[in-house]
Write a protein of this length. Structure first.
Length: 472
């Protein structure tokens, strides 16, 4: 029989304290807040973990080979991650739900009468944090809570304003997010000596606050670097997170772009735990750094060209092709351009993946969006994305290096933004950065709720490896 080792007091402590629950803004009578919903699921998660520890702690999850150590830890199962699982062939599922399931089940812009019809990132955040689909009322209330918490302290605005326009927007983003730690509820509670079983509460409070403020930070950066939007924090509590964001960057009247941003931000949120940004948030958070510090570090990882920066790279690459061969590239011309890229020793951006071995379902979702919108069907850049996706897999297979020759999400994401007029591609990864918080922060809350320890894997030198293996 399995014995539960979690003390009762720890299970009880999962219910949010009265003071904390009351802190959730704008709660409507009878409609659950996200904080209450998270408090309800934590006791079960703690029980599941306790059972796993007591029944299976010594079981093996596979062997560690030298190739794993030398190959970026590919394939090693070394991290707990609750929100999503990535299957090499079928792609991402969020608490077991595929992207099409989420498109069907999660409250969307139409359900909330917002204009547009795509799922809301707020709905995805709720699903990732609780494992449950929220009601329309719950999402509406969450949107209002995020709007109420969305304004930046003036010192953060000033920090952003002081950056040179030439500083990459992602560096500005990470710095501004890190600075928000000035007001971290977790850091303050830790200093006062909060109990370990209660860590998750101020972690969640900070996480909701951070998700709420990311659009205003991103909009301020857009204004400062590109002079678009008016730099004002126009946050309306009757709008959703992305409705407010679109308004702040000067695209409030553009329903197509606003709806695209909802879909983009919902589906880029989580891609299990091993990717650089998610893993970084988890690793830094394991030192009990607060959510602002942890997510700031994650953004710096997202800024790398092999990860989040790829969406900016794809657009530059596709526009380069258009410049070279004109707007209506033939399959033959695309093939030639692909080979030129590969022969010059560069990667084809938007193709390949460390885990996926089939086309990325996120690419499929963005392609579906393009097919649904008449204004995108005629776009030469959107048509080019489609044609490249027909030609590139064959070329990459023939090239013979890439384990996955199919498009990933970035193959389409930036080109659609460009078509809608958001053409500053140095900014694109910032939008990805608004999104990734929706996946990385829920796990940080769960890390604290489950009391996971500081991460500390073992490293080895070449000499130590040779000695261990008996090589001379
Ligand atoms: N074009 C050309 N060569 C590629 C390639 C591509 N798109 N994808 C992989 N390769 C090469 C890779 O560079 C490696 O070559 P070397 O042996 O000379 O080092 C070889 O194929 C084997 O790599 P792999 O096992 O297929 O891929 P990895 O797991 O090492 O890397 C990626 C995965 C995503 C970094 C890689 O496919 C890549 O560089 N893709 C282009 C950049 C990109 O689109 N990144 C976005 C990924 C994404 F979904 C995200 O994070 N947003």
């Amino acid at each position: 029989m399995i014995s539960l080792t979690i003390p009762r007091v720890a299970l009880r402590a999962a219910a949010p304290s009265r003071q904390f629950a009351a802190a959730a803004n704008g709660s409507v009578r009878g409609v659950k807040t996200l904080t209450e919903a998270v408090g309800e699921v934590i006791p079960k998660k703690r029980e599941e973990l306790a059972q796993l520890k007591s029944s299976s702690a010594d079981k093996s999850l596979g062997e560690v080979k030298v190739s794993n150590l030398l190959g970026g830890m590919r394939g090693l199962k070394i991290m707990l991650w609750e929100g999503s699982v990535l299957d090499a062939n079928t792609g991402i599922t969020f608490h077991g739900k595929t992207i099409p399931d989420c498109e069907k089940e999660l409250p969307n812009a139409k359900d909330l009468g917002l204009g547009g019809k795509e799922m809301l990132p707020e709905s995805m955040l709720w699903l990732l944090l609780t494992g449950n689909v929220p009601s329309n009322e719950e999402v509406k209330q969450l949107s209002a809570e995020l709007a109420a918490k969305g304004k930046l302290p003036s010192f953060v605005e000033k920090i952003i304003d002081s950056f040179p326009k030439t500083l990459h927007p992602m560096t500005q983003f990470a710095a501004a997010v890190g600075a928000l730690n000035h007001d971290s509820a977790f850091a303050a509670a830790y200093t006062k000596g909060i109990k370990k079983t209660e860590y998750w509460q101020p972690t969640l409070e900070d996480s909701i606050d951070l998700v709420a403020k990311l659009p205003a930070i991103a909009a301020r950066i857009y204004y400062n670097v590109f002079g678009k939007g008016d730099g004002q924090q126009k946050i309306d509590t009757s709008k959703d997170l992305i409705g407010n964001y679109a308004e702040m960057i000067g695209y409030g009247g553009n329903e197509g772009l606003t709806d695209y941003l909802r879909l983009y931000i919902a589906i880029h949120g989580d891609h299990e735990g091993g990717n650089v940004s998610a893993h970084t948030a988890h690793l830094v958070g394991s030192a009990l750094s607060d959510p602002y510090l942890s997510y700031s570090a994650a953004l710096l990882g997202l800024a790398g060209p092999l990860h989040g920066l790829a969406n900016q790279e794809v657009l530059g690459w596709a526009l380069g092709m258009q410049d070279k061969v004109g707007p209506n590239a033939s399959h033959e011309q695309i093939k030639e351009y692909l080979w030129d890229t590969l022969k010059s020793g560069r990667v084809v951006p938007g193709y390949g993946h460390a885990v996926l071995r089939r086309p990325d379902p996120r690419f499929t979702a963005l392609s579906r969006f393009c097919d649904d919108r008449p204004e995108l069907q005629q776009s030469s850049i959107v048509q080019l994305v489609k044609k490249v996706s027909e030609v590139a897999p064959g070329v990459l297979k023939e090239h013979g290096k890439t384990a996955n020759p199919f498009p990933n999400v970035d193959a389409a994401s930036g080109c659609v933004l460009h078509e809608y007029g958001l053409s500053e591609f140095r900014y694109y990864t910032v939008i990805f950065g608004i999104s990734r918080a929706i996946g990385a922060l829920p796990q940080l809350v769960m890390d604290r709720a489950l009391g996971l320890p500081i991460e500390r894997p073992k490293s080895m030198s070449i000499a130590a490896l040779n000695k261990h293996l008996g090589n001379n």
